[in-house]
Design a protein around this ligand. Sequence first.
Ligand code: GLY
Length: 434
Amino acid sequence: MNILVVGGGGREHVIAETIARSNQNPNMFAVMAKKNPGIAELCRDYLLISETDVEKVVDYAKSKNIDIAVIGPEAPLAVSLADALEDAGINTVSPKRAAAQIEFDKAWARNFMKKYDIGGCPVFGVFTKKDDMDAFIEKLGNVAVKPAGLTGGKGVKVMGDQLPDIESAKAYAGSLLEGDSVVIEENLVGEEFTLQAFVDGKSLAFAPTVQDHKRAFEGDLGPNTGGMGSYTNAGALLPFLVLDDVEQAKQIMKDTVRALYEETGVLYKGTLYGQFMLTKDGPKVIEFNARFGDPEAMNVLPLLETDYVDVISAIVNGTLADIDVKFSEKATVCKYAVPAGYPDDPTKDSEVITGDMGNALLFYSSVYEKEGKVYTTGSRAVAVVGIADSIAEAETIAQNALDNIEGDLYSRRDIGTAAVIQKRIDHMKEIRGY
Ligand code: GLY
């Protein structure tokens, strides 16, 4: 079987590594903007072009007789790469544009949730006029401000964090109005968690819950990033969740997949990513993404016990309900090393030297290889993942590996530590009132 991976980041490296573990020994090919050495090593061949150059990606896929394509990032989905590959007769394990807009158009996503009465939808409004928007901000009093389009998770600002008061919320929302609509939502208070699922259009197979860390600096300080690191707990349930929280989140995602078909006529195939805020009233949807999370993919895919090629074949064939998708019951801690100054003023083109990784997994992200050396591009550079029976052990494995990576880099040492986990548990106890 010939499989194409589109994308060159940490998420795509773990996707490629999971395909490479298959007992079916597929031939792997990749399209990526810059040479990710981890992906390149696993592939029979690769092409270095923009992942949004639809024509070139399709031509390459045809020339390699690709049976199944897996698209990692969101940008190619927004320019209809999945539609173009399917039109060319290539099975694609990523949603077509009509279904993927649940990620790249936040205004559409909220209106869709409201129309189909999908659970977990916060109070929201979509605005193109400043006066109406200001009045809504005043009315809600405590808001999150979201640009409608794709921002890599960095355009959302919330009061109490990046926006100190109502006036700054109005000013920021107003600055986004040029050329796009703006979504204003009630500011959700609680603990965030991620739930990812394989989807064949009808059935969903859920991965363990993950918690990401968006803020750049220890103690959840600093600007928002794509995610500095993440963890799962042994047994699939994060320590601050109870089973019913996850059951509610699963139901929301199942209802979403069914409603997406009703609304668009397109079967959602690929991975659906639900980012939830666990509030005092249960899980609320912060956003949906039409792909695996980065870093969250690096937590769950190494735990996948079922052959991934069987999983993606079942997605293509619409037979996901017929296979048993299993994840091992281990804890994982993933930590990113990012360039100094990331995300606002990152250093670029500086060498990354990886030493002894011990038992940790290493995934290359926004780096490129030149003459046998690895260099940063300015975004998240390399990730390490510890896997063990407890979060504490997984954290030690990840941190030891991180300590053996040299370069003009920094990371968050606090991710997965007992103190931070306890803070999450205490926060949720306080919110629930017990
Ligand atoms: N970790 C957040 C995301 O992938 O969107």
